[in-house]
Design a protein around this ligand. Structure first.
Ligand code: BGC
Length: 812
C-alpha cells in the first residue's frame, strides 16, 4: 500500500509546508526536532509556527500539568474499550478525547497503545487492547479516526514490541520476521492503512539488536516505505540516545527537552558531515506537516475546519463502561439483581479504582464509586456496606481530609510563590511552576495545611520521591533526611512506592497540621526539569480477621452479596511487570467466606488485566469491570440492576499463571527471545491444549442467542441468529478461520472478523462479516512478502473461540 491519494487540501498544505521549510536555517530546523520541555516543541515565529503541544493519553487528556487541579474526563481503560468489541464506540471515545484536547490546548494525543497482550504479566497490559492483532487493529482504527476527526493528532504507540516493562529501556526483544508481521506489527499496519494516523511513537526497547528509535528498517523501510505512513515519528520519553543513529533511523522528534540528542547536537552533526541536511529536512517536513494538519502553521488550512458535535463526556464514560463489563459466569440467573437487600463488600467499592498507573493517569473532576452508584440506584434502606479486605499494601497520595497548599521559597527562605494543592501530589514539569517562581530561584517546596481524619487511630504518613525531605505532623518532626531510590530507572520518582515515615495517633474529626518540605533537586538523568514528590497517607489498619468477620455478618443478613475485588497501582502500572496473577491481600479469603455465608454472592472483579479467581466455581456470578473510568460506579449500578445488560466480551484469555503458555517477560543478558513465536493468547492456549478459566471472546448478556445459519465464501460470512431470550440484547458475533488440514506450524484458528447484532426477544437478525484477505495469508520469510495460502478452510461463527456455534467449509 502506498498511502491515500492526496486531496487538493493536502496539496495546498504541502505547498505551505515546503515554503516554510525553505525559510528555516539549519539551527532552527534542528531546534524544532527537539522538545523544548516535557510536552512541547518550540514555536518558530519566523514561519508563523506555534508551539506544538502533546499530552497523554489514552483514557483522557492530562494536559501539560500533572495535577488534579487540571482535570480531564477519565474513560474506561483500554482493555475495557477493547471488551466492547466496538470500533464505532472507540471512534466516539476518540471524538470526546479530541474535544478534551482542544479544551486544554493540546494538538497531539500520545495514544493509542496498541502493543499486544503477549503475556498476562505485562505491566501495561491494562493499557493495551488485546492479545489479538485483528481486534487491536480494528479498535485502534476507530480510536485514531475519532481523535483525528476532531482535528487532533495521535501517536500510535509504542512501535514496536513494547509488550512488557522489565528493563524496558534496554531490553532487546528477539522476534522472528513472521511473528513481527503477523502479530506485533499487524495492528500498526492496519491503523496506518485505515486511519492514517498523523503520528507514531517509537518504543524504548530494541527489536532484533536495534533500538526502536534507530530502527531504519522497521521505520523507514516498513512503516514509511511499505505502508506509506506520512506522519511524524516521536521518541518515547527519553528513548532517543544517539544523534546520528536516531535521525538516520527515521526519528523525527526527540522528547522530552530541553536536553535531547537533537537541537544543537544535530546541527553540529550536519556541520561535521555525519548527517545529511536532507535527512533533517525530511524530519522537519513531517513535523511541519503535522503542524499544518492541526492548524498551528500560518497559511495552512487545518484538516478539520468543522468540529464534530459536542460530546457529553460523563454520559459516554458511563456508556463505554457498561458496554465493557464482561459477565463471565451467571448461575441460576443471579444477575440482574432481584428486589431485596444487597450487601456491598470491598475496599474498591468505596475507594474506586478507576484507572491503571503510570503515564496513563489522568485526574477526573469526579469519580462515581460503586458505593455511590448503588446507593443512588437501589431503594433506600436496601444497601449495606463493609470493607471486608483492603488490598492496598502501600500508602496512597494524601487526599481525603487533607487541605493543602504548596509554598515555594528561595535559598534565603523567602516565599516566592504559592499554589493550591488539591491533593498531596506535586508534579511540576518544565515551565509549569507557580506564578513568580523559576527553576533558578526555587529552592524548597513546602506542602502545608491540615488533615482531618475520618477515623480515630494510628495514621501512617509517608513520602514519595527522592531527595531531602522534612515531615512534620501535629508539631512533631518525623523525618528530616534524604530519601534515595532503590531502582535505577529515571522515572522511579514517578513510579516508585511511597515510603512510610510517621505514625501518628489521631482522632476522627480533629484537624492537625501537616507539613512536608522538599529541597528541590532536579534529576540529572532526566532531560527535563521536573519537581515531583508526594505526601502519602494510610488510614489505621484494622485487624484483617475482624474486617472479614464483619463482611460475613452483612453478607449473611442480605439477600445478595456483591463483593468487589481489585488490584492496586502497585500491581498494575507502567514501570514494572507483575510477578503473579493473584489478587493482593486477603481478598480470596474474603470471597470464599462470603460465598459460604450467602449463596447469592456476585463478585465484581475490578482489574485492568487477568487475575486468578480460584473461587470462581463457588460463587453465583462473576462480572469483570476492568478499570472502569470515572463513571464506573454508575455503570455498575446500571448493569447489576438490569437497567442495561453487560455488553463486554473478553479481548484476552483469562487463566491461571500456572497454565498460561507465555510467561517469560524477564530478559537474560539483556535479551528476551519471543520463543513462542506465533503462539500467544488463544493461539497458544489452543496449541498447548489447556482450557483457560474463560476463553477469548467469552461474555454473557441477559438474553439467549441461537445461531441459525451461516453462509460463507472467501470474502464474506453471513450469519442469521435469533434472540431466544426474554429481553432485548446485543450479541458480538465472532468469525474464526481455521485450515481444514491443521498445520502445526500455524495457529489452529484466528479471529477473522466480528460484528455486533441487536435484536428484541424472539427476533432474528442477519449480519454480514467481511473476511479480510489477510485471514488467509502468512508472512513468507524467504520471499519477505505476504503469501496467500490456497486450500480448504473452515469458517466458524460463535460466541467465543471455544463456543463455536456454526461451521462452513470453504475453498480459497
Ligand atoms: C511512556 C509513554 C508516554 C510518555 C509520556 C513514557 O514513559 O512509555 O507511553 O506517552 O512516557 O508520558
Amino acid at each position: 500500500m502506498a498511502g491515500p491519494q492526496p486531496t487538493p487540501a493536502d496539496t495546498a498544505r504541502e505547498a505551505v509546508v515546503e515554503a516554510a521549510l525553505g525559510k528555516l536555517d539549519l539551527d532552527a530546523k534542528a531546534r524544532l526536532l527537539a522538545g523544548q520541555d516535557m510536552w512541547t516543541l518550540p514555536a518558530l515565529p519566523q514561519i508563523g509556527l506555534d508551539s506544538l503541544v502533546m499530552s497523554d493519553g489514552p483514557i483522557g487528556v492530562r494536559g501539560v500539568r500533572w495535577s488534579a487541579d487540571d482535570p480531564s474526563v477519565a474513560l474506561p481503560s483500554p482493555t475495557a474499550l477493547a471488551a466492547t468489541w466496538d470500533p464505532e464506540l472507540a471512534r466516539r471515545a476518540g471524538v470526546l478525547l479530541a474535544q478534551e484536547a482542544r479544551r486544554k490546548g493540546v494538538h497531539v494525543l500520545l495514544a493509542p497503545t496498541v502493543n499486544l497482550h503477549r503475556s498476562p504479566l505485562g505491566g501495561r497490559h491494562f493499557e493495551c487492547y488485546s492479545e489479538d492483532p485483528y481486534l487491536t487493529g480494528a479498535l485502534g482504527t476507530g480510536y485514531v479516526t475519532g481523535v483525528q476527526s476532531g482535528g487532533v493528532g495521535t501517536t500510535v504507540k509504542h512501535f514496536v514490541a513494547n509488550d512488557a516493562e522489565t528493563d524496558r529501556l534496554t531490553v532487546d526483544n528477539l522476534i522472528s520476521a513472521r511473528a513481527l508481521r503477523e502479530l506485533y506489527l499487524a495492528p500498526f499496519e492496519t491503523i496506518v492503512e485505515n486511519a492514517h494516523p498523523w503520528g507514531i511513537m517509537t518504543a524504548y526497547n530494541s527489536v532484533n539488536g536495534t533500538t526502536m528509535t534507530e530502527h531504519h528498517y522497521l521505520v523507514n523501510e516498513v512503516l514509511r516505505g511499505e505502508w506509506g505512513f506520512d506522519g511524524f515519528n516521536v521518541s518515547d520519553w527519553t528513548a532517543a540516545r544517539d544523534t546520528v543513529g536516531a535521525i538516520d533511523g527515521g526519528l523525527d522528534v526527540a522528547m522530552p527537552g530541553p536536553r535531547t540528542v537533537y537541537g544543537d547536537a544535530l546541527a553540529q552533526a550536519v556541520r561535521d558531515g555525519k548527517v545529511a541536511e536532507a535527512t533533517v529536512d525530511a524530519a522537519v517536513r513531517r513535523v511541519l506537516r503535522l503542524a499544518a494538519r492541526v492548524g498551528i502553521l500560518e497559511g495552512a488550512e487545518p484538516v478539520v475546519t468543522e468540529l464534530p458535535e459536542t460530546v457529553d463526556g460523563t454520559e459516554l464514560a458511563r456508556e463505554i463502561a457498561r458496554r465493557s463489563f464482561v459477565l463471565v459466569r451467571n448461575e441460576r440467573g443471579a444477575l440482574p439483581l432481584k428486589a431485596g437487600t444487597v450487601a456491598l463488600i470491598g475496599a474498591a467499592a468505596r475507594d474506586a479504582r478507576i484507572l491503571g498507573g503510570g503515564s496513563a493517569t489522568v485526574f477526573p473532576a469526579r469519580i462515581v464509586s460503586p458505593l455511590d452508584g448503588l446507593t443512588a440506584a437501589l431503594p433506600e434502606g436496601t444497601l449495606t456496606y463493609a470493607v471486608g479486605a483492603d488490598p492496598a499494601t502501600e500508602l496512597a497520595v494524601a487526599d481525603q481530609g487533607f487541605g493543602l497548599r504548596a509554598v515555594c521559597r528561595d535559598v534565603a527562605g523567602q516565599v516566592i510563590g504559592t499554589r493550591s494543592a488539591p491533593n498531596g501530589l506535586i508534579q511540576w514539569m518544565g515551565s509549569d511552576l507557580p506564578e513568580g517562581v523559576t527553576h533558578d530561584t526555587l529552592h524548597t517546596v513546602e506542602l502545608t495545611g491540615t488533615f482531618t481524619p475520618r477515623v480515630t487511630g494510628p495514621h501512617t504518613i509517608g513520602i514519595k520521591g527522592m531527595g531531602a525531605f522534612t515531615l512534620t505532623v501535629d508539631g512533631a518532626t518525623y523525618f528530616d533526611d534524604v530519601q534515595r531510590p532503590d531502582k535505577d530507572d529515571p522515572f522511579e520518582a514517578f513510579f516508585g512506592a511511597p515510603v512510610p515515615r510517621a505514625q501518628a495517633e489521631l482522632t476522627a474529626g480533629e484537624p492537625v497540621d501537616v507539613s512536608l518540605t522538599y529541597v528541590v533537586q532536579l534529576p540529572e538523568d532526566i532531560p527535563m526539569k521536573v519537581v515531583t514528590f508526594a505526601l502519602a497517607h494510610a488510614e489505621p489498619q484494622r485487624d484483617p480477621d475482624e474486617l472479614i468477620a464483619e463482611a460475613v455478618e452483612v453478607a449473611r443478613a442480605a439477600d445478595t452479596a456483591v463483593v468487589m475485588v481489585a488490584t492496586t497501582d502497585r500491581v498494575e502500572s507502567e514501570g514494572f511487570d507483575r510477578t503473579d496473577l493473584r489478587l493482593p491481600g486477603r481478598q480470596d479469603d474474603l470471597v470464599r467466606v462470603v460465598a459460604a455465608a450467602n449463596p447469592n454472592t456476585v463478585v465484581v472483579v475490578n482489574s485492568g488485566s487477568p487475575v486468578e479467581l480460584p473461587w470462581r466455581e463457588d460463587v453465583a456470578a462473576v462480572l469483570l469491570s476492568w478499570f472502569p473510568g470515572q463513571e464506573g460506579g454508575a455503570a455498575l449500578a446500571d448493569v447489576l440492576t438490569g437497567a442495561h445488560e453487560p455488553g463486554g466480551r473478553l479481548p484476552t484469555t483469562w487463566g491461571s499463571l500456572a497454565d498460561a503458555p507465555v510467561t517469560q517477560v524477564v530478559p537474560t543478558d539483556g535479551e528476551l527471545p519471543y520463543g513462542e513465536d506465533l503462539f500467544i493468547g488463544y493461539r497458544a492456549w489452543e496449541k498447548v491444549g489447556r482450557t483457560p478459566s474463560y476463553p477469548f471472546g467469552h461474555g454473557l448478556g441477559y438474553t439467549e442467542w441461537t445461531y441459525e445459519s451461516l453462509d460463507a465464501d472467501g470474502t464474506t460470512a453471513r450469519i442469521r441468529l435469533r434472540n431466544t431470550g426474554e429481553r432485548p440484547g446485543r450479541e458480538v458475533v465472532q468469525v474464526y478461520v481455521s485450515q481444514a488440514e491443521p498445520d502445526p506450524g500455524r495457529p489452529a484458528r484466528r479471529l477473522a472478523g466480528f460484528v455486533s447484532a441487536a435484536a428484541g426477544p424472539g427476533e432474528s437478525v442477519e449480519v454480514t462479516v467481511a473476511l479480510p484477505r489477510r485471514a488467509f495469508e502468512i508472512w513468507d520469510e524467504e520471499a519477505n512478502a505476504w503469501a496467500f495460502v490456497k486450500g480448504s478452510y473452515e469458517i466458524t461463527a460463535g460466541r467465543s473461540i471455544a463456543d463455536r456455534r456454526l461451521t462452513a467449509p470453504i475453498n480459497v
